[in-house]
Design a protein around this ligand. Sequence first.
Ligand SMILES: NS(=O)(=O)c1cc(-c2ccccc2)cc(-c2ccccc2)c1
Ligand SMILES: [Zn+2]
Length: 263
Amino acid sequence: ADKWTYNGPEGEHHWSRHYPFCGGAFQSPIDIQTDLLRFDPTLRPIELHDYNLSANEHLTLGNNGHSVQLSLPSRMFLSSPPHRYSAAQLHFHWGSTSTPTGSEHLVNGKRFAAEMHIVHFNSDKYANVSMAVDKSDGLAVLGVLVEVGEFNPAFDQFLKFINGIKYRNQRVKVPGFNIRSLLPARLDEYYRYDGSLTTPPCYPSVLWTLFRSPIQISPKQFLSLASAVYSSRAQESNSVPMNGNYRRPQLADHRVVLVSFQE
Ligand SMILES: NS(=O)(=O)c1cc(-c2ccccc2)cc(-c2ccccc2)c1
Ligand SMILES: [Zn+2]
């Protein structure tokens, strides 16, 4: 079983003991300093294919003890030339009801309420996500910053089922919906850098795309995300609420963060 947590003796400062890459280079997340960006005119708008899933398609919403994740069919893909990346899953990182700031990436030191990650793998080169996860050109993750504000009907397409996955290893089936509706309007404005999984084993295998525009969810929706789930199992006596499941920003070292927009 994975032996890591976000706090305490198995917290992020100890991850590298069992997961050496966590102490290595190219780690994520980072604090994106907008005065150190380099505009790259070759960064084209992200193209999404087959993101509009029919309600007949059933997705698995699960509690893996560290996050809430939604499985995605691999026929969904994004193209960011030269490669095509097939979808694998999406999941979230958040703070807590008392401190509603739990995004992983920061922008000029600002932490957002939460962050959504849509994990894809390089299906031009690898048969599945497990083959891709530890390859330097294996993964592409779309990051979306989340703010508390307007109600977000797309979020409710899965949030309304969250009470079925209150405890670790619980899973429910949810009808497919348009995953594009979870993303911000502007898919042409994003930050791009080479990084890693933000959880153990922290493989430096991720081409990160963090969209410039945050999306909004209502206070009630945030409360539901941040207070409905536990990292403990159903039958365990002392239940452990799942919150603060975000890694602190890592050193950018000399990594250049590219940006697809100029102003
Ligand atoms: N935060 S992340 O995007 O770097 C990330 C990617 C993947 C991931 C998943 C499948 C294939 C490849 C990578 C898994 C997690 C994860 C989050 C919580 C608990 C355990 C794992 C997190
Ligand atoms: Zn993540």
